[in-house]
Design a protein around this ligand. Structure first.
Ligand SMILES: [Zn+2]
Length: 536
């Protein structure tokens, strides 16, 4: 028997461990969370001390070795004065509609603050839910009247919210309802035109003043069974890849639950099966043709009774499934103080000891008043903050976030419609960006705003007079601060830079009119109603 030195032996173990993680079957391997191998995985025993290239973080195919990717490709982009001038001319000369057309065609990098369920437009949901060929053969029913006050189970909730109109269920839930409650429901596909319009309007914030109560408490609940259906969500995700791809987005880092899925018969689908089905769906030709790469973050609802156990499970699952899951997030209204950030310090500390390389992005500062939530959230290990609206009320933390270590995921339209910044001119985003805190633009729950990524850019440009360099840096930041592994990140950055260079060239040499003319824009309710665009 050949004798190995301890160092060789450890090195072999770590190689084997890395190989296993790189294979898809790694998903069923949970032992790494415990004992000696966990210590190896966390770099506690070797590697991190001597800076060895065999450190588990560098041998893993799908984990970033640093928060910010190598600056290698930075040098490929330059911002000549002539491009800035061409950009300024566009802003000065173009109609709002033409500016929108140009922005639609602009390469946009990634949307890295995007909720799976909230990202789906009502018409997309309608199409899939009423097409049995696309939804696994299900029929969806929606509540068109409230004649019975009997409480029912929808999407795991059983409370008075289910007594609101347009709660939508799959046939397997409908079949379990009592006959008197069934009478209140109608198949989605059988609604008349007026009912159909009302159903659509019930799925997004179409009226001024609906705001955060309608959003947090009702719309999500109306979608209960739809969001749990793996068949429906697979199709909707690919539909979104098509729509985001058409407006120049190349990467989506989507927040999604990894558990709680159902098949068309209402049976539970395990998390591993769901992960596998997403990967297989992304491998289909129509998904590949979008040119959009999708990866997921797990998301914990911060005020759930089992939120702390959720962080433990989600951390471990994310670590074990780097083929699809790159990070962990926490969301939920911050005015519900049961989920205050420092409550989670202990569990994040424990998880960080065990599981290296899991990206941490957390919603924080989605509030009007001053608090310590962003500071406390950085303490949890977050390198990205979702929203950060009240950061400017906390100067020491704001100072700390300057530089390259952190990013704020800005969601302008979300903050507008949920009433956190009713006047978008007052949004702190340009202050952060121009004081050296990396930012990017994102869509959050665009399905419920009825908007798209171009709307976010349009708002940013028209309200805050962005320079060309600022525009491009936003897209670049979305890739640099993503939780992708270094290789993929470098590839996406390179592609982004070459797309931007081609766009710059066109803007400067052929003029904005040529870009506007060739841009086949799609805009939605937010663009028409709030941005007053007349593009049809
Ligand atoms: Zn969010």
């Amino acid at each position: 028997m050949k004798l190995f030195s301890i160092k060789q032996w450890v090195s072999r173990l770590r190689e084997q461990s890395a190989q296993k993680r790189n294979s898809r079957s790694a998903g069923r391997r949970n032992f790494l969370g415990k004992g000696f191998l966990a210590a190896l995985g966390s770099g506690l025993l070797v590697g991190s001390r001597n800076g060895s290239a065999q450190d588990s973080r560098t041998t893993s195919s799908s984990r970033s070795t640093s928060k910010v990717s190598p600056d290698r490709s930075d040098s490929e982009l330059s911002f000549p004065q002539s491009t800035e001038q061409a950009w300024r001319n566009l802003i000065k000369e173009a109609s709002p509609e033409d500016l929108y057309r140009v922005l639609y065609a602009l390469p946009k990098g990634g949307d890295i603050h995007h909720h799976l369920g909230g990202g789906m437009l009502p018409e997309m949901i309608w199409d899939v839910c009423t097409d049995r060929k696309r939804n696994g053969g299900q029929t969806f029913y929606t509540r068109v009247r409230i004649s019975s006050l009997e409480l029912i189970d929808v999407g795991g909730a059983r409370d008075s919210r289910n007594l609101s109109g347009w709660v939508t269920v799959a046939n397997h839930t409908y079949d379990r309802l009592s006959a008197s409650v069934q009478k209140d429901f109608k198949p989605l596909g059988d609604l008349n035109d007026k009912e159909r319009r009302t159903w659509m309007n019930a799925m997004f914030l179409d009226h001024d003043g609906e705001g955060r109560n309608e959003f947090f408490e009702y719309i999500w609940n109306r979608l209960g069974d739809i969001l749990q259906s793996i068949d429906v969500m697979l199709e909707l995700t690919v539909e979104n890849m098509k729509r985001f791809g058409a407006e120049g987005v190349r990467y989506m880092e989507i927040q999604a639950r990894f558990r709680g899925w159902s098949d068309a018969g209402g049976n539970a689908v395990t998390e591993d099966e769901a992960t596998q089905r997403f990967l297989e769906r992304f491998d289909q030709p129509d998904a590949k043709a979008t040119g959009v790469l999708v990866r997921f973050q797990t998301i914990v609802l911060r005020f759930d009774d089992d939120a702390i156990q959720g962080v433990e499970k989600y951390f471990e699952y994310t670590y074990n499934h780097p083929e699809l899951w790159l990070g962990i997030n926490m969301a939920g209204r911050e005015d519900d103080n049961r989920g205050y950030p420092s409550k989670f310090t202990d569990v994040y500390d424990r998880m960080i000891r065990k599981f290296p390389g899991v990206g941490i992005s957390i919603h924080a500062g989605e509030a009007e008043k001053k608090d310590t939530h962003i500071f406390d959230t950085l303490r949890l290990g977050a390198t990205r903050i979702g929203h950060g609206i009240n950061l400017f009320r906390d100067p020491p933390t704001m100072q700390m976030m300057r530089g390259e270590n952190f990013l704020i995921e800005i969601n302008l339209i979300s903050n507008h419609l949920l009433g956190y910044t009713p006047d978008l001119d007052e949004h702190p985003f340009p202050i952060y960006m121009r004081q050296g805190i990396p930012c990017c633009l994102n869509t959050d729950d665009r399905g419920m705003w009825h908007s798209n990524m171009t709307d976010e850019y349009f708002v940013a440009v028209t309200r805050f007079n962005l320079t060309w360099k600022e525009m491009i840096t936003l897209g670049e930041n979305s890739i640099k601060h993503s939780f992708l592994d270094d290789q993929t990140k470098a590839r996406l950055l390179q592609e982004y830079h070459s797309d931007v260079t081609a766009f710059q060239d066109r803007l400067e040499n052929r003029g904005w009119k040529s870009i506007a003319k060739g841009s086949k824009v799609v805009t939605y309710d937010y663009g028409k109603k709030h941005l007053k665009l007349n593009l049809s």
